[in-house]
Design a protein around this ligand. Structure first.
Ligand code: NAD
Length: 368
């Protein structure tokens, strides 16, 4: 059988630096776990613009559509700030998300014990935290029509429209339930059904999908404002949180910061299932291209490596190997290894991007 295919788009700034460490991890799984991928690499963002005059070449788009999974580093940088909007690096990423129809955005908030002091919350509230927010990504108020700024009488009015079809809610609910089946089987859906019709429809459809096809899932509903409060009060009560585009944008940033540093946060964006195969999927760290530290060997590669762990779990059905990788990272952090972004006020000597990669490979060796 052919190996599963993985397209790597390292992008700009620290993207290629952190991706270098992911490639070493991929090689490790090939050599030590006989887990091999057909890896190809291409350009996205500013680097694609420099080579082709476009932030995403059509050929790259076709490769992404054909791949079992895409792993992206980061795009953007000051060099490209003056470019026309249509060819800005971010347009490459937006095109990938749109044409791959990635409607389900997974943002885990996982707190490694060794970093619990980094959270702005008390250690016992966040230590051991492991939740995932599933955010609908391609509809809702960011896309609904009518939208715009209009003249009304003698003043202007700004309009955006929250709009969800049953089909859009149905498919993202399924994505959350499938995810929950690989975890604790618990989903909390968040909307504002008390004041929004789209929230009433959201709640009805999510409940129906659960009752019809996922009776094994324990589903609860919560108003999103209460959800925000509960996330800060007692985040460990949740496992999978399902929510719309707008609330998901806010709640996932809030949840992410429970865990500390931007250099630690992975994400996945998933599309519809393709026959028996995995859904289209794009895995990427939450952080950007970090121009302020590019080329200095300071970037933390963990967010990108954790994004590959998500690919192992959600695209390649290798949950045990994903756990092995996450535990290797946990061990390295417990040992005190820190890139500059993870240094506490008490000082110490930070290690470089490559040294963090070295430490993770050693911990993987120790896991055998
Ligand atoms: P950023 O995430 O690049 O950086 C914010 C801060 O966090 C910086 O101080 C940076 O040094 C630090 N940081 C980020 N990732 C880190 C890592 N892995 N290790 C250590 N420190 C890390 O956000 P920004 O500065 O607002 O944006 C910079 C560029 O990245 C812009 O061009 C922006 O458009 C782009 N961007 C891209 C994406 C993406 O590719 N998905 C996301 C956000 C921003």
């Amino acid at each position: 059988m052919a190996n599963p295919s993985l397209l790597i788009l390292a992008g700009d700034g620290i993207g290629p630096e952190v991706m270098e460490q992911v490639k070493r991890v991929i090689d490790w799984f090939g050599a030590k776990r006989d887990l091999r991928f057909d890896v190809s690499e291409d350009l996205v963002g500013g680097s694609a613009y420099d080579a082709h005059g476009t932030p995403l070449h059509d050929e790259t788009m076709a490769k992404a559509l054909a791949a079992d999974a895409v792993l992206l580093g980061a795009v953007g940088g000051p060099k490209y700030d003056a470019l026309d909007f249509s060819v800005k690096p971010e347009r490459g990423l937006l095109r990938l998300r749109k044409e791959m129809d990635l409607f389900s955005n997974l943002r885990p908030a996982q707190c490694f014990d060794a970093l619990a002091d980094f959270s702005s919350l008390k250690k016992d509230i966040v230590a051991g935290l492991d939740i995932v927010i599933v955010r609908e990504l391609t509809s809702g108020v960011y896309f609904g029509e009518p939208r715009g700024i209009f003249e009304e009488g003698n003043e202007r009015v700004g309009i955006n429209t929250q709009r969800y079809t049953e089909g859009e809610i149905d498919r993202v609910a399924r994505s959350a339930f499938e995810l929950a089946r690989r975890r604790s089987g618990k989903v909390c859906s968040m909307e504002k059904a008390n004041v929004m019709e789209s929230g009433i429809l959201w709640r009805e459809v999510v409940q129906k999908v659960r009752d019809t096809d996922y009776p094994d899932i324990e589903l609860s509903h919560m108003y999103a404002d209460n959800g925000a409060m509960q996330l800060v009060r007692a985040p460990k009560q949740f496992d999978v949180i399902l929510t719309d585009n707008l609330f998901g944008d806010i709640l996932s940033d809030c949840a992410a910061m429970l865990t500390g540093s931007l250099g630690m946060l992975p994400s996945a964006s998933l599309g519809a299932p393709r026959g028996d195969g995995p859904p289209r999927a794009l895995y990427e760290p939450v952080h950007g291209s970090a121009p302020d530290i590019t080329g200095q060997g300071k970037a933390n590669p963990i967010a990108c490596i954790l994004s590959f762990a998500m690919a192992l779990r959600y695209s390649f059905d290798q949950g045990d190997e994903a756990t092995r990788l996450e535990q290797a990272i946990e061990a390295v952090l417990a040992d005190g290894a820190r890139t500059a972004d993870l240094m506490g006020a008490d000082g110490g000597q930070p290690i470089s991007t490559t040294q963090m990669g070295d430490a993770i490979l050693t911990a993987l060796d120790n896991s055998l």
